[in-house]
Design a protein. Structure first.
Length: 318
């Protein structure tokens, strides 16, 4: 029995851009977000210019986002299966959004209504450049002739070999999002703390390290990549930035210097959906990468315990 053709579908959190999706025959669902009481849809005629979005966030506007809507996914899936094609869907991390759960429900409902169809939903356990990197490799494998089952098997393996890292320049959006206390943001900013985070194998965002200074955070990401990468398997890497291309290019050049087998760096931006997610992270800020005699602790912090590191952590959470 001849296997049906299939379509690769993803959500706009891959941040590959409308041109990439069109040129590579990838369908996508644009994520909805709201800023200043106006609703937008990524990579559509209802989207906002990304630089305008960055400027609004810098000015203090707080964006809000929502997961993939059941209706949007159902309508797109139904359109594809009516064309006689199956679906491979690469989803935003299920640990950070309810989108993956929604999509698995839509897949189930579509296959019940159209018994001859097959819809496979893969949790990327990632986002932005990490999810885009995985998408790009899936597109390459599809073009090499992989059928639907082979592509699913491939994606489920390589997603655990993809380690996205990122850092933030400004802690204040984290505070405004309600996930970082004011004390953490203030003290972290005063000390120049720059957390470096990564996606673990469950798709959760966790701190990798904390350093002082922007350049040090970029250096830390390059160092981590060198420790983890496999020579000969990383000819192309992805670097996405939130309106910080100069920093991105510094990191790209550093990586190519440290890892000569990296031949190409693909630069992109961080879309509105992940910028919004960054505003909702909870990142405790520890001050113990400065000399002990330079740390000022108010007497009131004694109420949070006598162990110094735990005391600082609990005080900043309060």
């Amino acid at each position: 029995m001849e296997k049906r053709a299939y379509v690769i579908v993803t959500d706009s959190t891959t941040d590959m851009g409308a041109k990439y999706y069109e040129e590579n025959n990838v369908r996508f669902i644009g994520m909805h977000y709201t800023i200043d009481d106006e609703e937008y849809v990524q990579y559509s005629d209802k989207d906002m210019d990304i630089r305008d979005f960055y400027n609004k966030v810098r000015a203090g506007s707080m964006p809000k986002t929502s997961q993939v809507a059941y209706e949007d996914a159902y309508n797109l899936f139904e359109e594809i299966v009516k064309e006689g094609k199956d679906i491979f869907y690469l989803s935003f991390s299920g640990a950070l959004s309810g989108s993956y759960q929604t999509l698995t429900l839509v897949a189930k409902d579509i296959m019940e209504k159209y018994p001859n169809s097959t819809v496979k939903v893969v949790d990327s356990i990632s986002a932005c450049g990490g999810e885009g990197f995985l998408l790009h490799h899936c597109v390459t494998r599809r073009d090499q002739g992989a059928d639907l089952d082979e592509l699913v098997e491939y994606a489920e393996v390589i997603k655990y070999n993809t380690i996205p890292l990122f850092t933030v320049m400004d802690l204040n959006p984290l505070h405004r999002g309600g996930r970082l206390s004011k004390a953490s943001a203030v003290f972290g900013t005063m000390l120049g703390i720059k957390p470096v985070l990564y996606f673990n194998d469950k798709g959760q965002l966790l701190p990798y390290t904390k350093v002082r200074g922007r350049k040090q955070s970029l250096d830390a990401m390059a160092k981590q990549m060198k420790e983890k990468y496999k020579p000969g398997e990383n000819e192309e890497i992805f670097i996405n930035d939130g309106d910080a291309r100069e920093d991105a290019e510094y990191l790209g050049k550093l990586i190519m210097k440290m890892m000569p087998d990296v031949k190409k760096v693909r630069y992109g931006h961080i879309g509105a959906d992940l910028i919004t997610m960054c505003s909702m992270l909870r990142i405790p800020v520890c001050m113990h990468n400065v000399p002990e005699d330079q740390i000022y602790r108010p007497a009131a912090w004694n109420a949070f315990g006598m162990d110094k590191e735990g005391q600082d952590y609990r005080a900043c959470q309060a």
